[in-house]
Design a protein around this ligand. Sequence first.
Ligand SMILES: CC(C)(COP(=O)(O)OP(=O)(O)OC[C@H]1O[C@@H](n2cnc3c(N)ncnc32)[C@H](O)[C@@H]1OP(=O)(O)O)[C@@H](O)C(=O)NCCC(=O)NCCS
Length: 175
Amino acid sequence: MPQLTVPDVRFHASYLDAVREFTESGADPVVLVGEETGRYRRTWHAPEGFAAYVDMVLGERERPRRPDWVPVTNLWYVQDDAFLGKIAIRHRLSPFLLEFGGHIGYAVRPSARRRGHATAMLAAALPVCRQLGIDRALVTCDTTNTASRKVIEANGGEFEDRRGAKLRYWIRTGN
Ligand SMILES: CC(C)(COP(=O)(O)OP(=O)(O)OC[C@H]1O[C@@H](n2cnc3c(N)ncnc32)[C@H](O)[C@@H]1OP(=O)(O)O)[C@@H](O)C(=O)NCCC(=O)NCCS
C-alpha cells in the first residue's frame, strides 16, 4: 500500500525516473524537485550526489533552501521502492505563502496520476501538519488546476477566496 515516508536514498532510481517523466511529458520538473536545486541536479545521478540532495531536502526542516523561506517538512509518497509523489509542508506562513503559496505543495509523477494518490497523500499529511502545530492548513491552487482543486475539496477544504490566479482553501487538520 502506498505510504508517506521521509526522503531516502533507496528511492534514487525511481525518483530520477519520475523527474524524467516530468520532462518527457512536457511538465516542468520544478514542481517535483523545487527551486534552487540546480547544483544537485548536476550530480544526483551518482549515489553520493543523490545522497547530498536527500540531505538537503531533509535539512529543510531546519535550514530552508533560501534565507527568506520558512522551514519545510518534505515527505515522499512511495510504494515499496517506487517513488509516486511528494508533499511539502511549510511550517508557517510568510506574507507570500499567506497570499498565494499556502502551507502545502504536492505533485504526483505523471505515470501515477488519476489513481487517487494526491487525494490520499494530502489526507495522510494532515496529521503531520497537526503535529507541527498547524491546526488549519492553507492550501491553494491555480484557478485552472481542476485536479488540485478536487484534491483539496475531497480533503475538506473550505474555500476562502480567490487572489489573482489562486484559489485559497483552509483545511482543518484535526477535530
Ligand atoms: C494535481 C495532481 C497532484 C493530482 O494528482 P492525482 O494523483 O492525479 O490526483 P487524484 O488521482 O487524487 O485525483 C483527484 C481528482 O482530480 C481528478 N483529476 C486528476 N487529474 C485530472 C485532470 N488532468 N483533469 C481533470 N481532473 C483530473 C481526478 O479524476 C479526481 O477527481 P474525482 O475526485 O472526481 O475522482 C497532479 O496532477 C500533479 O502532480 N500535477 C502537477 C503539480 C500540481 O499541479 N500540483 C498541485 C499544485 S496546487
